[in-house]
Design a protein around this ligand. Structure first.
Ligand code: FAD
Length: 414
């Protein structure tokens, strides 16, 4: 990738957020000899969405052909696979995945997913009849399924730590416990940020702040919309005797009105197996527990027109998800539609994640990735799943758009 030189290059590029997107971006810059500083408010990298997800390398089944999600996922998969292959400590397990239709009506939606998979170039996707599904996974019920043999599982926090180590090895800085408390853009080539350790003058700023992205982008002069609405994703963990009944990742056919994939069964690279995540409104931006409530966040939601428009359109689904969150039996009932053997004795609690889901001013859930520019600032405004899968491709896109002189060509390889 090459970038066109622009005006004065005054100071390093700053990146806010040491999640997988921020560190993938910083890594590309550092390896191209661009001075880079990453600011992370937590004491270590990958603590928020990157450290609380399903660990799936999505193959690109769901996404609208031609969308940023579709193209960056396919490119991101090949970059991530190559990266993990070059580091023996990073597992990349191509378990394969089944998307299961539970009744005839769902086969119509499944056909659309098959069509999208083909359009997106997902390799090896096969349609399975009920008998073929039973042969492959005897403990999964459905009337039909599609098999994606290359869907994989990985350890995203470990990959993120490896990206961080690459940044430092290439001469960049990763400042942990360094929250950015203020951002001031000044012209096209200068932006200042404040941290408790002092102010920094930067030539460019890339905001990859996940759950805090809209607040920081707005300070830096970007539009107020889209806003981030936090959605908690709760998991249940299969106990050891239930874990090995199913080998592949098992997903229901998702509701096309939502960017969420439905409660699914995901084996982890550490041998665990989790069921989830649901999607429940979180009452704090980093509200990992049901009891985490932030008065400031509640006040913000109460003032947010986007939130009320969203709530008006989707209140019934919201109530259903809340019921599943409060009543484990209701949560299991959903999963039992395709894993009929599951009982309360097969599951235990597991840590939740919180999604940074952007919502436009009219209350629409933003489906595609969204990355904006305002002067010297680039902001990742919507990078929900599959942004971990696509992180290295998103990084390429961000770096290309920065338009700064590069010492070397930015490249992922050795
Ligand atoms: C429940 C769940 C399941 C998911 N499953 C998958 C999956 O299987 N596959 C997939 O590809 N994707 C999945 N995703 C999505 C994926 O995890 C995210 O898209 C990805 O991690 C986004 O990375 P990020 O770097 O943008 O954000 P984050 O990982 O959230 O990082 C943002 C960072 O910014 C820091 N920050 C915020 N504000 C400041 C500040 N003021 N100063 C300094 N630092 C700041 C935060 O501390 C944080 O470390 C899932 C997400 C969730 C929540």
């Amino acid at each position: 990738m090459s970038t066109s030189p622009s005006a004065a290059h005054a100071g390093p590029v700053g990146v806010i957020g040491a999640g997988i997107v921020g560190l993938a971006t910083a890594r590309l810059l550092a390896r191209a000899d661009v001075p880079v500083i990453v600011f992370e408010k937590e004491s270590s990298a990958g603590t928020h969405q990157t450290g609380h997800n399903s660990g799936v390398v999505h193959a690109g089944i769901y996404y609208k052909p031609g969308s940023a999600k579709a193209t960056m996922t396919r490119h991101g998969v090949s970059l991530l696979k190559e990266y993990c292959a070059s580091r023996p400590e990073l597992p990349y397990d191509e378990r394969g995945k089944l998307v299961v239709a539970r009744d005839e009506a769902e086969t119509v939606k499944l056909k659309e997913l098959e069509r999208r998979s083909l359009a997106n170039g997902v390799p090896g996707v096969q349609w399975l009849t009920a008998e073929e599904l039973r042969e492959l996974e005897p403990d999964v019920a459905g009337v039909a399924a599609i098999l994606s043999p290359t869907t994989a599982i990985v350890d995203y926090p470990a990959i993120t730590r490896a990206f961080g180590a690459d940044v430092i090895a290439a001469g960049g800085q990763v400042l942990t416990s360094s929250p950015v408390t203020a951002v001031r853009a000044a012209g096209q080539d200068r932006v200042e940020v404040d941290t408790p350790g002092g102010a920094h003058v930067l030539s460019r700023l890339v905001i990859c702040a996940g759950l805090q992205a809209d607040l920081l982008a707005r300070q830096a002069g970007d539009a107020p919309a889209p806003e981030i609405i936090p959605f908690r994703g709760e998991y249940l963990r299969l106990v050891p005797h239930a874990r090995d009944r199913v080998r592949r990742l098992i997903y229901p056919v998702p509701d096309p009105r939502y960017p969420f994939l439905g409660v699914h069964l995901t084996p982890r690279v550490n041998g665990e197996s989790d069921l989830g995540p649901n999607a429940v409104l979180a009452l704090a931006r980093e509200g990992y527990r049901r009891t985490d409530v932030s008065a400031a966040e509640l006040a913000r939601l109460a003032r947010s027109g986007a939130f009320w428009r969203l709530a008006r359109q989707h209140w019934m689904t919201g109530i259903r998800e809340m019921r599943g969150s409060l009543i484990r039996r209701a949560y299991l009932a959903e999963a039992r539609t395709y894993l009929p053997w599951l009982t309360m004795a097969d599951v235990t609690s597991a840590p939740a994640g919180v999604r940074a889901q952007a919502v436009d001013a009219d209350g629409t859930l933003v489906d595609d990735f969204r990355i904006t520019r305002a002067g010297p600032m680039t902001a990742v405004r919507n990078a929900p799943s599959p942004a971990a899968t696509a992180s290295m491709a998103i990084a390429e896109h961000i770096v290309a758009e920065l338009a700064i002189p590069m010492g070397k060509t930015a490249a992922h390889g050795e």
